[in-house]
Design a protein around this ligand. Structure first.
Ligand code: ZN
Length: 343
C-alpha cells in the first residue's frame, strides 16, 4: 500500500511561533486521527475542511491518538470524541496538560523557583499563558497508554513507543509494515524540540531530566526500520539517521557552550538562560530554563560541573581543573546561527 493513499497530512493553524501543526489521518479501518489542533473555531474549521476534502467528516473518526498533551496537539481531542464517539489514546503523564494548561504550568512554580525564577518572572509566565490559551475541555474518558501497545488495523498494526524528552508522556506511533513513523515533536526537520521542564513525582527533586531522557528516546527510534518520518510540525522527511546525527551534534555543542559559560562564575539555571538567550519573555522563560537545565544534568553526570543549593536556589559552576572543550569556539558560532530557544 502506498503511504499517500494510506496517510493524509492536514496542516492546522496554531497561535504559536512554530506555525501550523500537522494532524495525520490514517485512512484505514478503523479511521484514525493522530493529534488534533488546538481548541478554537479556526482550528476546528480547518480540520473539518481538511477531512471533507478527503471525503470524511468528523463523525467518521474512530480513534484519536495523541502524541503529547501540548495544547496545539491535543486541544480538540475531547470535542472530536464528543462529535464522533471516537476513543482517545494518550499517555497518562499528559492528562494534566490536557485538563488545563494554566494549572499544569502552575504546578511547575516550586521547581522553577529552585532554578532561580523569581515570583515576579513566574507571574509574567502565568499572565502570558492565561491571555493566550483558552480553557480546555477536561479529559474524562480515554485509554491511558504507556508505550509497548499494539493497535490493530484490518491489514496491519500500529506500534506505540514511549519517547519522553519534549514531554514526559510523549508517544511515537510506528507502522512497521510501511516503515512509517509518526513522531510528534520528538523529531522535526528544521528545529530542535525543547526538552521541557516537567514535574516527575518519582524524581528525588521532583524534576524530570528531560534532555537525558530525550537523548535515550533518539537511541530508541534509531533502531526502528523507518522509511518515512511524519513530524508534528514542518515537512515530512526520509533520512532519519541523518536528522538524528544533526540533533545530537546540536545538543553536544550547546552542552559545551554552557560548560564554557560556567567557567567564570556560578550561575543559576535562570541566570544562565538569561546569559544565553536574548529577550526572554512570557513562556520563553520556562523554555530557556528547561533547555539549560537539561544540559546541566548532562554536565553534572559527566562530572564537569558541580551544583549547590543555597537559599533555595541551585547554582552551578565548572569543577576546578576544567579546561575548555576544543570545539567550544565552534559552539559559539553554531549558537549564534541557531534560533534562540526552539519550541
Ligand atoms: Zn508541537
Amino acid at each position: 500500500m502506498q503511504d499517500a493513499s494510506l496517510v493524509s497530512q492536514l496542516r492546522i493553524p496554531t497561535i504559536f511561533s512554530v506555525g501550523p501543526i500537522n494532524v495525520y489521518l490514517i485512512k484505514a479501518d478503523p479511521l484514525t486521527l493522530i493529534d488534533t489542533g488546538l481548541l478554537s473555531e479556526e482550528s476546528e474549521g480547518a480540520l473539518r475542511a481538511g477531512l471533507q476534502s478527503l471525503g470524511y467528516g468528523l463523525r467518521d473518526i474512530r480513534r484519536i491518538l495523541i502524541t503529547h498533551g501540548d495544547y496545539d496537539h491535543s486541544g480538540l481531542a475531547v470535542r472530536i470524541a464528543e462529535a464522533s464517539g471516537a476513543e482517545i489514546y494518550v499517555h497518562e503523564a499528559e492528562k494534566l496538560k490536557m485538563d488545563g494548561w494554566v494549572r499544569f504550568i502552575s504546578g511547575k512554580a516550586t521547581v522553577l523557583a529552585t532554578g532561580g525564577v523569581s515570583a515576579e518572572i513566574f507571574a509574567q509566565v502565568l499572565a502570558a499563558t492565561q491571555n493566550r490559551i483558552p480553557i480546555a475541555q477536561p479529559l474524562v474518558e480515554y485509554t491511558p497508554y504507556k508505550g509497548g501497545e499494539v493497535l490493530p488495523f484490518k491489514d496491519f498494526e500500529l506500534e506505540v513507543y514511549h519517547t519522553p524528552g519534549h514531554a514526559l508522556g510523549h508517544l511515537c506511533f510506528f507502522l512497521r509494515k510501511q516503515g512509517i513513523l509518526f513522531c510528534g515533536d520528538t523529531l522535526l526537520a528544521r528545529v530542535t524540540p525543547n526538552p521541557q521542564l516537567e514535574i516527575d513525582p518519582q524524581a528525588p527533586d521532583g524534576r524530570y531530566k528531560s534532555l537525558k531522557q530525550y537523548m535515550s528516546s533518539l537511541d530508541l527510534l534509531e533502531k526502528l526500520p523507518v522509511n518515512k518520518v511524519y513530524p508534528g510540525h514542518g515537512r515530512p522527511f526520509t533520512e532519519l539517521k541523518k536528522r538524528l546525527a544533526e540533533i545530537r551534534e546540536h545538543h553536544r555543542l550547546r552542552t559545551q557552550l554552557i560548560a564554557e559559560t560556567l567557567r567564570a562564575k556560578p550561575l543559576s539555571p535562570y541566570q544562565l538562560a538569561v546569559a544565553l538567550y536574548q529577550g526572554l519573555d512570557g513562556y520563553n522563560n520556562v523554555l530557556g530554563v528547561s533547555e539549560v537545565w537539561g544540559h546541566l544534568d548532562i554536565l553534572q553526570e559527566e562530572g564537569i560541573i558541580e551544583g549547590r543549593l543555597e537559599n533555595g536556589v541551585y547554582s552551578f559552576q565548572t569543577k576546578p581543573g576544567f579546561s575548555c572543550f576544543p570545539a567550544a569556539s565552534k559552539a559559539r558560532v553554531e549558537y549564534r546561527r541557531s534560533s534562540a530557544i526552539e519550541m
